[in-house]
Ligand binder design. Structure first.
Ligand SMILES: NC(=O)c1ccc[n+]([C@@H]2O[C@H](COP(=O)([O-])OP(=O)(O)OC[C@H]3O[C@@H](n4cnc5c(N)ncnc54)[C@H](OP(=O)(O)O)[C@@H]3O)[C@@H](O)[C@H]2O)c1
Length: 248
């Protein structure tokens, strides 16, 4: 049976919709207090906070751009100030800016690396002191199968997501002695607004390449994330693929 998270606090970056929202709901169902972060869509974030509170737990929405080091670290500090501790950190916020290398601009590169990869360093470095003091921490970083396999038109995104996996393994080695686990989930194509941006005919071509012949649901990713947070006491430095077989 999954461990309850009644006395635990969690921060989910990019929790206002998609996979982040599903993770936040799953954590709240197990009793954790959940702070969701968003960058711009405050209406979406407020709605998720209502959904979380309806599950009987405390919840808050924190605005902040994770690609900005002060704002990213500020999110962690706000949770620790409000609830006294941060137990579970889910680095989920992410963006795509797809272009082939011929057309990619420096801004496309930097925005994606700052949002998807540098943000993970910012929040983890901010969370470490409190987690070390408590001798407890569960960190889950959302990567992508593209970080393992690469993808046409996604050199910036694949570099950021591959970096997340490498960072996860190094951080796991350094933090294990403090009972802080660091793991990554690598989703395949999942039904969120990120995937909705992909034109229909390309989505059809993608489906043909997925052995399970369907896209993932955000809840299917969330269940694996929460397994690591709630039951993964002896799991660290791992990447778990939740991808319908698109990359093995
Ligand atoms: N969907 C897929 O097929 C798929 C596959 C593999 C991996 N992933 C990864 O899974 C994660 C979630 O993806 P998703 O599909 O759920 O994306 P999504 O539906 O586009 O949602 C992205 C979330 O991240 C937030 N966000 C974006 N940039 C941010 C920033 N700079 N600072 C703070 N928040 C920011 C957004 O908030 P605002 O709306 O306020 O900007 C939103 O809450 C990402 O890391 C993504 O790379 C997704």
């Amino acid at each position: 049976m999954t461990e309850r998270l009644d006395n635990k606090t969690a921060l989910v970056t990019g929790g206002s919709r998609g996979i982040g929202r599903a993770i936040a709901l799953e954590l709240a169902r197990l009793g954790a207090k959940v702070a969701i972060n968003y960058r711009s869509a405050s209406d979406d974030a407020d709605k998720v906070v209502e959904e979380l509170k309806a599950l009987g737990t405390d919840a808050v929405a924190l605005k902040g751009d994770v690609s900005n080091k002060d704002e990213a670290r500020g999110l962690v500090h706000q949770v620790v100030e409000q609830w006294g501790r941060l137990d579970i950190l889910i680095n989920n916020a992410g963006i795509t800016k797809d272009r082939t290398l011929k057309k990619l601009t420096d801004d496309d590169w930097e925005d994606v690396i700052n949002t998807n990869l540098n943000s993970v360093y910012y929040t983890v470095s901010a969370a470490m002191p409190s987690m070390m003091e408590n001798q407890f921490g569960r960190i889950v970083n959302i990567s992508s199968f593209v970080g393992q396999a690469g993808n046409f038109g996604q050199s910036n995104y694949s570099a950021s997501k591959g970096g997340v996996i490498a960072f996860t393994k190094s951080a796991a080695q350094e933090l294990a002695r403090h009972n802080i686990t660091v793991n990554a989930i690598a989703p395949g194509f999942t039904l969120t607004e990120m995937l909705a941006k992909v034109p229909d005919e390309i989505q059809q071509k993608i489906l043909d390449k997925i052995p399970m012949r369907r896209f993932g649901q955000p809840e299917e990713i969330a269940r694996a994330v929460v397994f690591l947070a709630a039951d993964g006491d002896y799991i660290t430095g791992q990447q778990i693929n939740v991808n319908g077989g698109v990359y093995m």
